[in-house]
Design a protein around this ligand. Structure first.
Ligand code: HEC
Length: 132
């Protein structure tokens, strides 16, 4: 059978269409025990970390369209699994310190895409003090 661009395109289209029906855990479940912290700490973490480490994810529009939605939902699921500020129990402070102090390069692509979410020097210092 000869290669036909038309049929390849229509199969691709059909596949993309079917992909949209795969169920995803792209939801924000209720929080179990939210982090209790001073307002500044909380708003800083909300700005920089909550998209992947809480049940208060601000899902971007592209998170509704497969296959980008699979990527987004995968990152958020694994982020929530290791650290979830909506199910907070204080036992991750050392690891958080590591990330905040910049010793671990963390999610560089996300911060390229959302430069406003980057921690400022003031925010970094406040977090490090709180984490002591
Ligand atoms: C774009 C999503 C995303 C953002 C934003 C994000 N993280 Fe993560 N984080 C992840 C994922 C995914 C993992 C698990 C896989 C890994 O370690 O890379 C993780 C792992 C972690 C871990 C545990 C493992 C380790 O690296 O020590 C800590 C602690 C952590 N993140 C802290 C933070 C803090 C603090 C912020 C905000 C300054 C933040 N993260 C922002 C996605 C994110």
């Amino acid at each position: 059978m000869a290669f036909s661009f038309k049929s390849t395109a229509s199969w691709t289209l059909l596949l993309l269409l079917l992909m949209q029906f795969m169920p995803l855990s792209r939801l924000n479940p209720p929080s179990v025990s939210s982090l209790q912290a001073p307002d500044f700490i909380k708003s800083t973490l909300k700005k920089s970390c909550y998209d992947c480490h809480s049940n208060e994810t601000r899902w971007p529009a592209m998170a509704w369209i497969a296959p980008a939605s699979w990527l987004a939902s995968g990152i958020v699921t694994s982020g929530r699994n290791v650290l979830n500020f909506s199910a907070w129990n204080n036992n991750k402070k050392r690891e958080i310190r590591n990330v905040v102090s910049g010793r671990a390069v963390h999610q560089g692509l996300y911060y390229l895409w959302k430069p406003d979410a980057r921690l400022t020097v003031t925010e970094t210092n406040a977090l490090l003090k709180w984490l002591e």
